[in-house]
Design a protein around this ligand. Structure first.
Ligand code: HEM
Length: 315
């Protein structure tokens, strides 16, 4: 078990679910000047969070900053976390987890969108022309924590000290203790096709009942497995859990309905293994049937360093 008091203070990784969120993904433009500006803004994020949080007369506000592999060395001028690598495409027989650009991730959570929009506005003003926004997704809480496939999403997440143990790097990588690996993927759903499936078929795809969210038994070893079983990764040390804060997003006028997947983990390989099992199948070619109704249109990996690491970047 991670002794949280012995670690540099993590960012707000394990905070409880909020009603709203945004996922802002940026690339840093070429040139030393752009890198210098980016470094200074990233190092000052803690102050900007305080500027906005104090104005929250209702609910809460938090922001986690992630740094991607491509810019790690130039931005931080420090050795990279042991497992940090660019997101690698995962190609199954029918579905592909695509890799897309992303140097910085801002994962914003609040109980209302005004705080999120205010923070993004101030942040992007500070970056000026040092960055390019490549994605910006606003997520909302959909009824009783359901995703756009109408299933309750987030149930198996650990809470409290278990969540810290699952998500925060410990003494296995001392220079990066207090940090966390993140994978993000934006999925678009074919809701027409999903909704034409009987509830029982949908429940077999997910591995839980739809109305009351009860877990269904796992399939036999060589049979088609449900999403929840394909995303269960075990080894000699037991089961490796991650923390997800998926958010539904939608633009009904454009027929766009999706899930923004975000996973935090102490070990990057755990999430990479989940993606292998989903896209390639376990056993191959029995891929996750959630993918027959959901297309991954982005895929990025980041490291969310501890708060002292971030604040020390501008020194
Ligand atoms: C279309 C995108 C996705 C949707 C709609 C989705 C939805 C769900 C739902 C409804 C559950 C069951 C309830 C729960 O425990 O939260 C679940 C479980 C889970 N999902 Fe996903 N998910 C998606 C993508 C992913 C991806 C890409 C990963 C990992 C790389 C992942 C990892 C997990 C894990 C670890 C569990 C818990 C398994 C367990 O019961 O131990 N999911 N997901």
């Amino acid at each position: 078990m991670t002794d949280a008091s012995a670690l540099p203070q993590p960012q707000d990784v394990t905070r409880p679910l909020t009603r709203s969120a945004a996922f802002l993904v940026l690339t840093i433009n070429d040139g030393e000047e752009a890198m210098r500006t980016a470094r200074s803004v990233v190092a000052g994020t803690g102050d900007l969070i305080k500027d906005v949080r104090i104005r929250a007369t209702h609910g809460s506000f938090s922001c986690n900053v992630g740094i991607g592999h491509r810019v790690w060395d130039a931005l931080t001028r420090k050795p990279a976390p042991r497992e940090l690598a660019a997101f690698t495409e995962v190609k199954g027989a029918q579905h592909v987890a695509v890799a897309t650009p992303g140097d910085l991730l801002f994962h914003l959570r609040a109980d209302s969108m005004d705080l999120i929009v205010e923070f993004e506005k101030l942040l992007l003003e500070a970056f000026g022309d040092a960055v390019t926004a490549v994605d910006d997704v606003a997520g909302f809480r959909y009824f009783d924590t359901r995703d756009m496939l109408e299933f309750v999403d987030g149930t198996a997440n650990a809470i409290g000290t278990d969540a810290l143990h699952d998500t925060i790097v410990g003494q296995e990588d001392p220079a990066h203790a207090g940090g966390s690996y993140v994978i993000t993927q934006k999925y678009l759903h074919d809701l027409g096709s999903w909704r034409s499936q009987p509830t029982q078929v949908q429940e077999a795809v997910i591995g839980r009942t739809k109305f009351d969210n009860v877990e269904l038994p796992d399939a036999e070893a060589d049979q088609q497995k449900a999403h929840k079983t394909l995303c269960t990764v075990t080894d000699a040390d037991g089961e490796h859990d991650i923390l997800r804060d998926n958010m539904p997003f939608a633009t009904p006028g454009k027929g766009e309905y999706g899930t923004f997947f975000i996973g935090y983990s102490r070990h990057l390989w755990v999430m990479q293994e989940m993606l292998q099992r989903m896209f390639v199948g376990a056993p191959p070619p029995l891929h996750d049937r959630i993918l027959d109704y959901s297309t991954a249109v982005t895929g990025c990996t980041f490291f969310v360093p501890s708060l002292p690491f971030l604040a020390g970047l501008d020194g």
